[in-house]
Write a protein that binds this ligand. Structure first.
Ligand SMILES: O=C(O)CCC(=O)C(=O)O
Ligand SMILES: [Fe+2]
Length: 384
């Protein structure tokens, strides 16, 4: 471990003016670190303690075929069957693959292309968007929570706030030239999928009212659906450069996503793992699909019936990997609590009321690597 630090420290001293500390150098991100070429070891800052390394934890070898939900069937005559599968997937896995989603190949292809091109820009161009402000409409950064992370993870990101688009887009990167148009288009498509999925989620939880004639009405759920429509959307483009020592580090530490649902687009390079029945399992990429995660807020809203999924990202020594996560949440100032219809004597409220401010406070307070699902744990009552 010591010699590894020394190798990179030498590299760093040659490269940078002496006023910059090694830590400040690493704050510029993994791509910046790799760009000079010839990196043969990972810097000490990225080396996880033995017990947190990818191969030291249980599982990891096994590939997992996730439950598959067919978006087209969800809207056709097989809806009730598909709703059952949706409920089962959210209860048992907290994650599924969404196929037949109707988003055009062109929209997806352009999104992955523009993402790759952004990370290939010169560092000075990317760094214009570096910011410590978590609410900034465009934020380039590295690791998970680079201000607090004791050990860094092997990932750079670009986070684009999509709500409301008319306010936020002008602050997004103007380079690559078609980034804004491409992300707007992509975000509208994923937001549409999200809203249709949420209607299905509400129905699968028994929260849609039915009239006497048997036709569905949204009346009782109108307010809830409206809140979802007015919710926030954050596009996170993740870049995991090839890593010289992938067994020592992670692209992302174990975490659950804090919002309602995440729609994830990954390329064909493996890396995502979920924890299932106590074991880390690798998610096999399925072409033309989105991966959909249950987030902490949906676990709370469903009073624990649907489970947010713990996941992490492995890196590899030969290929750079790109993923695009679209995180959907309720509006920032909304209090998230279990739906009253899912609370009764047999199922008392399991979670404290929570909002975005609680989350920000929590995330700012500790090293993310140690937290896993503990934000959610901190919102749990310990009565049962
Ligand atoms: O890159 C991936 O596969 C997962 C990304 C992720 O978990 C996230 O952005 O929250
Ligand atoms: Fe995630």
């Amino acid at each position: 471990m010591g010699s590894c630090g020394a190798v990179v420290d030498t590299d760093y001293r040659e490269n940078e003016a002496s006023t910059e500390t090694h830590d400040q150098y690493l704050q510029k991100g993994v791509r910046h670190l790799c760009e000079r070429g010839g990196l043969t070891r990972v810097p000490t800052k990225y080396i996880l303690p033995m017990e947190e390394r990818p191969n030291s934890t249980i599982g990891g070898e096994t590939n997992l075929k996730l439950p598959v939900i067919d978006f087209a069937r969800l809207q056709g005559s097989s809806r009730s069957q598909e709703l059952n599968s949706l409920a089962k997937a959210c209860e048992e896995f907290g994650i599924f693959q969404l196929i037949d989603h109707g988003v055009e190949d062109e929209v997806i292809l352009r999104m992955t292309d523009v993402s790759r091109m952004f990370f290939e820009l010169p560092f000075d161009e990317r760094s214009k968007y570096m910011s410590k402000d978590m609410t900034s409409p465009a934020r380039y950064g590295t690791s998970f929570n680079q201000n607090n992370d004791e050990v860094f993870c092997w990932r750079d990101f670009l986070k684009l706030n999509c709500h409301p688009l008319s306010d936020t887009v002008p602050s997004w990167p103007s380079s690559p030239m078609d980034l804004r148009e491409t992300v707007v288009n992509y975000s509208k498509n994923t937001n549409f999928l999200y809203l249709v999925l949420m209607e299905a989620v509400l129905e699968s939880l028994g929260l849609m009212e039915t009239t006497e004639s048997g036709t569905e009405t949204k009346d009782a759920s109108t307010n809830t659906l409206k809140e979802f429509e007015e919710g926030s959307q954050l596009i996170v483009v993740n870049c995991y450069p090839a890593c010289p020592e992938p067994d020592l580090t992670l692209g992302m530490p174990p975490h659950s996503d804090y919002g309602i649902l995440t729609l994830l687009l990954q390329d064909q390079i493996q890396g995502l793992q979920i924890q299932h029945q106590g074991k880390w399992m690798t998610v096999e990429p399925l072409p033309n699909s989105f991966i959909v995660n249950v987030g902490d807020h949906l676990e709370i809203f469903s009073n624990g019936r649907y489970k947010s999924v713990l996941h992490r990202v492995l890196v590899n020594s030969s290929k750079s990997r790109i993923s695009v996560a679209s995180l959907h949440s309720l509006p920032f100032n909304t209090i998230v609590r279990p739906s009253p219809k899912l609370v009764d004597e047999a199922n008392p409220t399991r979670y404290r009321d929570t909002d975005f401010a609680n989350f920000l406070e929590y995330i700012g307070s500790r090293d993310q690597r140690m937290k896993s699902k503990s934000f959610l744990q901190s919102r749990k009552f310990t009565i049962n």
